[in-house]
Design a protein around this ligand. Structure first.
Ligand SMILES: [Zn+2]
Length: 222
């Protein structure tokens, strides 16, 4: 609309010859308007944050096992529950599969790029069956987010925080350098699958913990 007013003004004051008016109206203005729209249009990334949630291990690597329960399957359930709550809140998400699909680590790592936050879910295992607790492994820059994630999971499961108030610095992790974290992601260990009581609480309450994890991710991403 402004361009039309400027054209009218330019014609009134004879800055442009009247013969050019049709050309300007049919060609120059639409082109300028198109350019204006392109400039004003922010990329999808700027409008809407992207959260990646992935499940540890894969369709062919079960991870730790306790009886009939496999870490990869429990992590997949948890991923699906978090994805459900994020979608419900209108957050754009990427996952390493839908339903029971759990793609491998390389696929998960590729999803991190372009994400505002990327989180992968695992469960711990120890030969000491009494070991329990929640921890999130991350780079120092994500310390606060790691602690917040561990805290809501520990609260939902009535468990305890491990490491530095729920945060394990990747450089101090006994697991060495984890590819998912080196590439900017966080790994949440949702309790010990090897601890029968913690495993049972996971199965009973994972939806509750997933809802609170989604809440933390939402607040961080927005
Ligand atoms: Zn694992």
């Amino acid at each position: 609309m402004l361009t039309v007013l400027i054209l009218q003004w330019a014609l009134d004051y004879k800055f442009i010859p009247i013969e050019l008016a049709p050309f300007i109206a049919t060609t120059v203005i639409p082109v300028l308007a198109w350019i204006g729209r392109k400039i004003a249009q922010p990329s999808l990334h700027q409008i809407q944050p992207f959260v990646t949630v992935t499940a540890g291990h894969s369709n062919v690597d079960p991870g730790a096992v306790n009886g009939k329960f496999k870490e990869a399957e429990l992590a997949t359930k948890f991923r699906n529950a978090v994805a459900h709550y994020l979608k419900e809140a209108g957050i754009a998400i990427k996952t390493d599969g839908v339903g029971s699909d759990n793609q491998n680590l390389n696929t998960a790592i590729k999803l991190i790029k372009g994400s505002d936050i990327a989180v992968e879910f695992h469960m711990n295992a120890a030969s000491n069956k009494a070991a329990y607790g929640i921890e999130t492994i991350a780079l120092p820059k994500d310390r606060k987010l790691a602690q917040d994630l561990s805290k809501v999971v520990a609260t939902a499961f009535g468990s305890k925080l491990r490491g530095d108030a729920g945060w394990i610095d990747q450089s101090q992790s006994a697991r060495g350098k984890l590819g998912f974290i080196s590439n900017g992601g966080l790994i949440v260990e949702l309790g010990f699958i090897s601890n029968d009581a913690e495993l049972q609480i996971f199965n009973e309450k994972y939806w509750l913990a997933a809802r609170d994890v989604a809440d933390i991710l939402m607040k961080k991403a927005l």
